[in-house]
Design a protein around this ligand. Structure first.
Ligand SMILES: [Zn+2]
Length: 80
């Protein structure tokens, strides 16, 4: 019965292929504990010492080592 052998061999190949695919698949994370999808790195936040606002460094007004949310806060820090 050559055809029976052929069928059995086909099933065997399919099972092996499935096992290989399963072994190569990336491990699943446990549900509910999945990390958020990777995004671009958040920009470092700086804190305005005058009003306490936190904002990205690129949007802050820099004065030496200090960062401020606006010119007003920078002036306020100097005026003291
Ligand atoms: Zn401020």
């Amino acid at each position: 019965m050559a055809i029976l052998r052929f069928v059995l061999l086909t099933i065997l190949v399919l099972v092996v292929l499935r096992l290989v695919r399963f072994a190569l698949a990336p491990p699943r994370r446990p549900a509910g504990r999945s990390a958020p999808p990777p995004r671009t790195l958040p920009e470092a936040l700086v804190q305005d010492p005058v009003c306490g606002l936190r904002l990205p460094a690129s949007r802050a007004v820099r004065d030496g080592e200090a960062f401020f949310c606006s010119e007003d806060c920078r002036r306020a820090s100097r005026g003291r």
